[in-house]
Structure formats: C-alpha cells, structure tokens
Design a protein around this ligand. Structure first.
Ligand code: UDP
Length: 241
C-alpha cells in the first residue's frame, strides 16, 4: 500500500531513506513539489477541518512526523515502517543538496532566527548555497514571494507552524519558482540552536514528546492532542476509510 489513511489524512508509507530519495527526485523535477510533515496534533486538527485536510492530501508526499502517527497506523492495521521526522528529513535533504551545490531559502520563525539557522546550516552542510531568509511574521505575501523568486532557490523551507505553513504553500505554490517546498514547523528554531532536539534515547524509545514537555511545559495543552488523537484512532479510525 502506497498511502495509509489516518483519520482522513493520506500518509505516505515511506521510511527515511525512501522519503529522502523521493525528495531528491523532486528537487530535479520541474514544477513545485510539496512535502508536509504532520504529527498526531496536526492529523487530529486536519480530521476536524475539511479545508485543511484537503490541503494536506494534495501534497506530493506526507511523512509520518511523530511516534503517535506510527502507532495510529499500527492500530488501524496498516503499519508504517518508521517515524520520519520533518527535521531529520530536512537534514537529509540539506546533506544531499550540499553535494550538488543546490540553494535553500529559509522562511519563518521570529526575526533573526532564520539568519542564525542559515549560518549554522552553511557551516554544517558545506557546499550548500543559502539563497535567502525571511522571518515568518509578515503581512505582504507578494513581497515574500518576490524575495524567494529573486533568490533562485531549489528548496524552500516554510516554518510558520501549522496550519499556516501548509495553507501558505498551497495558496502560493503556483507563483513560486522553487522545486520543493516543505512545511517544517519549528525546524528553524532547532537549526538556530534555540530549541534542542531530544537526545537519541528519547527518540529511539518514542518518548520525544516527554522530553519536549519537560523542556517546554507551556506546550502541555497542545500535547493533550496526543491522547485525544489515540482515542479517536481507536474508536473512530476505521470509519475514515
Ligand atoms: N511562526 C511564524 N509565523 C507565524 C506563527 C509561527 O514564523 O505567524 C513560527 C514560530 O516562530 C515557530 C514556528 O512557526 O518558529 C512554529 O513552531 P512550533 O514549535 O509550533 O512548530 P511544530 O514543529 O511544533 O509544528
């Protein structure tokens, strides 16, 4: 099976290596390909919001960014190979782009964050070209689109948080001159070093959410989406097929 339907969202049945290969191919193709990275909070929201659900389902690839999504698929009887975190996929794409000298544009986060992320990315992935950066607090889409198009970027990371980033990509896709646009949530904060990724132990044991909860207790309310998502999958999941 190519896709797994989780509460109405079609998630691609891919592991990290396959997702990376597909993204690399997208970078070589004409037109704008889109990749979204929903975790269980995003899928729960999409399951309750038809317009947003349609946006996600239009993507060229939807990866399972969260252990909740992997468990959800398993409960529904269509196991996914592994969690494919948006941040990890972004790292793989940047690593691959560094070899070919491709150009990345970083859009999102608070003023100054994208610039710091750009500096760190160019140090970590030597050979990559930073095409440009823009913070995520703007009101004029056209000005941002012009900046992106003038920068001649291959890869556009849109980090405006959900549902804004996916809606923004969907609305402006046809005006953008990039090969691949990804909705990547808080990735720029991580690349900038403002937010720490959970240590390997937490990721391997599927408890990255616990690490984030301890580090950012203000996310508690948002995290209630995880048990709600689990219950919805258990009691209503099959109706969505
Ligand atoms: N953000 C933005 N513009 C907005 C709202 C949010 O650029 O109008 C940024 C925010 O500063 C943060 C990111 O979007 O860098 C969302 O991060 P969050 O940790 O919520 O994303 P997650 O990865 O959890 O979806």
């Amino acid at each position: 099976m190519d896709k797994v339907n989780i509460l109405g969202i079609n998630v691609d049945n891919v592991d990290m290596a396959q997702a990376t290969r597909r993204a690399e191919k997208m970078l070589e193709e004409s037109g704008v390909s889109t990749v979204y990275t929903p975790n269980s909070e995003i899928i729960l929201y999409a399951s309750e919001n038809e317009e947003y659900r349609d946006v996600i389902n239009k993507a060229d690839m939807v990866i399972p960014d969260g252990i909740g999504v992997v468990y959800g698929a398993k409960i529904l009887g269509h196991p996914l190979p592994e969690r494919v975190a948006g941040y990890d996929l972004a790292c793989e794409i940047l690593k691959s782009m560094a070899k070919t000298g491709k150009r990345v544009y970083l859009l999102g986060a608070k003023p100054g964050v994208a610039e710091t992320a750009a500096k760190n990315i160019s140090e970590k992935y030597k050979g990559i070209e930073i095409a440009g950066t823009h913070d995520g607090y703007f009101s004029d889409d056209e000005e941002v689109i012009e900046s992106i198009n003038a920068a001649n970027a291959d890869f556009l990371m849109v980090c405006l948080g959900f549902p804004k980033q996916e809606k923004w990509i969907d609305k402006n896709k046809d005006k953008l001159n990039v090969r691949l646009a990804i909705g990547a949530g808080g990735c720029l904060d991580v690349f900038a070093g403002n937010v720490m990724r959970a240590p390997d132990f937490y990721c391997r044991h599927g408890i990255e959410w616990l690490y984030r909860l301890v580090k950012q207790p203000s996310r508690f309310v948002r995290m209630l989406a995880l048990p709600k998502f689990g219950l919805k999958v258990i009691f209503k999941g099959r109706r969505y097929k």
